[in-house]
Design a binder for this molecule. Structure first.
Ligand SMILES: [Zn+2]
Length: 380
């Protein structure tokens, strides 16, 4: 993976290249950001860069012996660690046991999502963990001599899934680093990491991909035209995976259909159809990221409703279908309920992110929204 394959995030690329050139490579780094921001892809490109035998000013060469192994994710001095689930009790499973699946998944999509990873392993349960066995395995791999690389690199995906005992074991390495060995921890929620780990790592925060970069990527790859691509980039909030899903659907968002139907049901206030709707959104075909993105979409439409009520319509960024729907629906969102609505959706987002049961989250949300839609607008 080379830097040039990563969409946007130019500031971070520059910063990493700079630290490598100046020889100040911190041995424990934490890349904080969503999967769709590209933190995993960046970690791989960075590891490839610092090990490249003929790096240029901006990137690894992609051709040297080290790069060739890195391109296949098969360098002997590159170790990956990621959440897994014990398949059975025949042995103590570690990441290494799933490396073939992992390589395949990352080569296919270096912005891999958590739910997709578990789908690929055909695990029903989506709550993986990084076990104590796993950190023992990592510590062992650190002790082994480097085979050939300049730097031995360990990339740990979803480090917040570290079992506490496992995290404590890892601290030992973080406190007493080995020569030319670097660990890059990746997480989307750093508050779930042990504070001791947090304080001992050099942190880099990944913002969502810039709309400009994402939109130009979508346009290049899906040939949807500048306008459509820009719209997709705006809808996906800088998340690569959300943008790709929208682009693959030709840019027609099914969030809108979901949202429209849901709001109509809440407005009617009849429970049975709402329960059916909740079954759909909580179903297996939709993952955590999808539900998060859907809630973000709802928040955006709430904001658009307020703009359409109180400000200039020219500020709206809506498709034709959305405009038509909001013409009728927006008056029910007003100063007397909008703040509560926004709080509710933000809370729901928070809980979904932390793997709360989606049925409970959407049930609570539906009953509250049903009530709030009945709140009178005092200003009318
Ligand atoms: Zn190279």
């Amino acid at each position: 993976m080379q830097f040039k394959q990563i969409i946007g995030q130019e500031e971070i690329k520059k910063r990493l290249i700079q630290s490598s050139k100046s020889g100040r490579i911190s041995h424990a780094q934490l890349f904080i950001g969503n999967e769709g921001s590209g933190n995993l892809a960046m970690a791989i490109a960075y590891a490839q860069y610092i090990n490249c035998l003929q790096p240029t000013e901006e990137d690894s060469c992609g051709k040297c012996a080290s790069c060739i192994k890195y391109e296949k994710l098969a360098h002997p001095d590159l170790t990956f660690s990621y959440p897994i689930i014990n398949k059975d009790f025949s042995r103590k499973w570690v990441s290494k046991d799933f490396i073939a699946d992992w390589r395949e998944a990352i080569l296919e999509n270096p912005y891999l999502e958590y739910t997709d990873w578990f789908k690929r392993l055909e695990f029903e349960i989506k709550q993986g963990i990084i076990t104590v066995n796993e950190s023992a395995e990592i510590l062992r791999s650190i002790v082994y001599k480097r085979f050939e690389a300049k730097y031995k690199v360990i990339i740990m995906w979803h480090a917040e899934m570290l079992h506490t005992a496992a995290a404590n074991k890892l601290l030992k390495f973080i406190e007493e680093p080995a020569d030319n060995t670097l660990i890059i921890l990746l997480t989307d929620s750093s508050e779930e990491l042990l504070r001791t780990i947090l304080s001992r790592t050099q942190q880099i925060r990944f913002n969502p991909i810039s709309q400009e970069a994402l939109s130009s990527f979508i346009n290049q790859h899906y040939k949807l035209g500048e306008e459509k691509s820009a719209q997709i980039a705006a809808f996906s909030n800088g998340d690569y995976n959300a943008a790709v899903r929208l682009a693959e659907e030709g840019g027609e968002s099914d969030y809108f259909e979901l949202y429209k139907n849901w709001m109509r049901m809440c407005f009617a206030g009849k429970l049975p159809p709402i329960i059916d709707w909740i079954e759909i959104i909580s179903g297996k075909e939709y993952g955590r990221e999808y539900r998060k993105n859907f809630i973000e979409y709802c928040l955006r439409l709430l904001r658009e409703s307020i703009i359409s009520n109180y400000a200039d319509d020219s500020l709206l960024r809506l498709s034709a279908g959305e405009t038509q729907f909001l013409t009728k629906f927006a008056p029910f969102i007003h100063t007397n309920n909008v703040l509560q609505m926004i709080d509710l959706f933000n809370d729901a987002h928070y809980h979904i992110e932390r793997n709360a049961n989606p049925k409970l989250v959407f049930f609570h949300l539906s009953t509250r929204v049903t009530k709030l839609l009945r709140t009178k607008n005092v200003n009318l």
